[in-house]
Write a protein that binds this ligand. Sequence first.
Ligand code: NAP
Length: 375
Amino acid sequence: MAVRVGIVGWRGMVGSVLLQRMQQEDDFAHIQPRFFSTSQVGAAAPAGALPLASASDLEALGECAVVLSCQGGEWTSATHPRLRQAGWRGYWIDAASSLRMHDDAVIVLDPVNGALIEQALDRGIRNFIGGNCTVSLMMLALGGLLREDLVEWVSAMTYQAASGAGAQNMRELLAQMGVAHQAAAALLGDPQAPILAIDERVSQALRSAQLPREHFGVSLAGSLIPWIAEDLGNGMSKEEWKGDAECNKILGRAPGASNRIPVESLCVRIGAMRCHAQALTIKLRRDLGLADIESLLASGNAWVRLIPNTRAASVAALSPVHVAGTLDIVVGRVRKLAVGPGFISAFTVGDQLLWGAAEPLRRMLRILLPRLALV
Ligand code: NAP
């Protein structure tokens, strides 16, 4: 009999992308899905004959061998401990960050840490959590260098899309862009109109009290936001903290271990829709030739695409618009830096809803299924 998988949070942004990918990869042929909701209990489910079950129904959740959630941290924190306390020994796969740093949880990114995931399953670990989108995308891009343990440290300057803040933020970005265009539309129709007059109208509109800013608080359109997530009070944002903490956890390098890779970040929100980009400065443990570095990067995994470091190729391929909606992890602008031996630059772009959120989760489910079939 097929494994029963409880799917929670499938209606949200990450959950919708997850369902799309599960359909594309025929994952539903291998499971018996049971869909849950926090708000629409009893309504029709997206597949199967059963209506939506309540996401607070511990008994129904407890009947699932796997719970796959994109519902969010609040629901995870309220539900996971109670389900475990009730004796449930199923597998918990989750997009939310709540359990990521727990000792009994593994952050899943199987093209990078597939061996660690298998070892954890052998040890009886039952919580498998998707990583922060920016961290996962960076590690996939650098997979070839990480595999050879060539990275001594990384400094990441990020350019993160609106989708990372949620669906409402994507809508707000577009509304702000509309306001900016509207403010200048009449002048734009006149080829003789002075550019400074156009700029002044746009600037006024983006600063005006009428600008939709309920979600971002400020204008992202025509601008940027140099802080993402909570202020940790030490000059660092929570997003920046995750760069180091999660990268090392994904690699299985515990706090205090001598082989940790320091990752420093400065995380910035920009007006892209769903792809995060990152400019990386990397210190290698050994000074390799450029051709060797490129060939290692290109061989990192099946999704990484090395883009030649030319103007034409970079402009064409190394952009959020080019990558959006694909599983490609593009990496380019690779060159050796004049600051010293072993220093290189790289620029990478990936879709934060696919490899940054949904894809590692559905792949974890597929890793798990053969083991469950043996039970
Ligand atoms: P989301 O779009 O806000 O969806 C979460 C839930 O909100 C849905 O499952 C749905 O639950 C409910 N909901 C209420 N009104 C809705 C509407 N009009 N349309 C759709 N759903 C609605 O959340 P998300 O951005 O996908 O994030 C889910 C989790 O993934 C979070 O823990 C987040 O931190 C994590 N994550 C997000 C990203 C990202 O880029 N956004 C990346 C990595 C991880 P009901 O059906 O039960 O009402």
